[in-house]
Unconditional design. Structure first.
Length: 351
């Protein structure tokens, strides 16, 4: 039940991060999702990522829409700011919050129905505007909460639990995010925490629109034979292009990888993304190549995962608009309402 909080007791020997917090401090309420739902594994990866980057919980704002996936922010980061918005409308609320206060770290959590069906327009605009955020779609190909109708990411030809064949083409959220201009684009699988948690760490430290499509099987309505979003299907068709480590700016750079297998990408905040290449010819800084690689592998029946594209020097919406650095609630009345003369000046400039 959502109202059941976990016991506050922490075992004294639990590992602590640089802030003195344990993993438990990054958890939320007890999950009400079906036991085995992929979404709960994503929540666990978010907890791990936030613990490992020493994130101060009060600095994070988690926003979501409606769906089983959009319920999950209640199950992690219980001490962070949260806003469970309307179906498909999380991106506009996140954009507004971000413009009002750029000091918070924004995490949007959504579903494939929430983002690719009803919320597709909002998804497109939040990506093309480069809102500084991490946007996770927990992608199961169905509307889990309303009992398993195909969503817009369901692949053409895939079968519902009752045997109905989907006749519509599926939307590939990764291809869309690349085309729309997101500056960090990745795909992972809820069953692969070793790949997913570092991707979330990297996205949270990235400046710009960071998108992660996480294949997250719905065990109640989309985990049968004939589904292309089931645990078995994803495991069999998963093709990882790289594996990632994130080194924060203050940590000494050490690596266990052999030279030649590694790509290092320095991000805006000084953090270093260390990518162990699996596909030797894969360059994660080439958007056009990433798009064609994705199409090629998809035609071969593979689901490409890993960090697919990153622009480490990306601008965000604040850069484009030239907004003030201080949160709006810290500005004085005088700064917020500069008076009739300033308004007359703005109006005159628009004539
Ligand atoms: C405006 C509006 N239309 C329809 C619904 C009904 N509805 C609730 S959740 C949902 C789909 C959720 O699917 P998804 O985002 O994929 O989340 P999942 O449950 O699969 O994690 C729908 C259609 C709603 N709540 N609001
Ligand atoms: S219905 Fe599907 S998506 Fe919703 S909690 Fe159950 S397994 Fe997860
Ligand atoms: Mg869904």
């Amino acid at each position: 039940m959502t109202y059941i909080a976990k016991p506050a007791f922490h075992h004294p020997s639990l590992q602590k991060n640089a802030l003195g917090f344990t993993r438990r401090d990054y958890e939320g309420k007890v999950s009400t999702l079906c036991a085995g739902c992929g979404h709960d594994s994503i929540s666990a990866a978010i907890v791990q990522a936030c613990f490992e980057i020493d994130l101060e919980p009060h600095r994070l704002a988690k926003l979501s829409g409606i769906g089983c996936s959009s319920k999950t922010p209640d199950y992690f980061l219980g001490a962070s700011h949260g806003f469970n918005t309307v179906h498909g409308r999380m991106p506009s609320v996140l954009t507004g919050a971000n413009l009002a206060n750029r000091e918070l770290i924004y995490l949007g959590v959504s579903g494939d129905g929430d983002s690719a069906s009803i919320g597709l327009g909002q998804f497109a605009h939040v990506m093309r505007r480069g809102v500084n955020m991490t946007y996770i779609v927990e992608n199961n190909g169905v509307y889990g909460l309303t009992k398993g109708q195909f969503s817009a990411t369901a692949d053409k030809g895939s079968k519902s639990k009752k045997g109905v064949v989907n006749s519509d083409a599926g939307i590939d959220m990764v291809a869309l995010a690349l085309q729309l201009g997101a500056s960090f684009v990745a795909r992972s699988f809820s069953g692969d925490k070793d790949q997913l948690a570092p991707l979330i760490k990297a996205a949270l430290t990235h400046k710009g629109a960071a998108f992660i499509d996480v294949l997250s099987p719905c065990i109640a309505f989309n985990n049968h034979k004939g589904s292309t979003k089931s645990f078995d299907w994803v495991r069999e068709h998963n093709e990882a292009v790289n594996r990632l480590d994130v080194l924060l700016g203050r940590l000494p750079v050490t690596t266990q990888y052999e030279p030649g297998e590694l790509v290092e990408v320095q991000q805006h905040d000084g953090s270093l993304l260390m990518l162990r290449k699996v596909a030797a010819d894969y360059d994660p800084t080439d958007r056009v190549r990433a798009m064609s690689y994705l199409q090629e592998r998809q035609a071969a029946g593979e689901i490409v995962t890993g960090l697919l594209y990153v622009d480490p020097d990306a601008d965000d919406l604040h850069d484009a608009l030239g907004t003030v650095h201080r949160p709006l609630n810290q500005l004085s009345d005088r700064e917020l309402t500069p008076g009739a003369a300033a308004l007359a000046g703005i109006n005159a400039a628009l004539r």
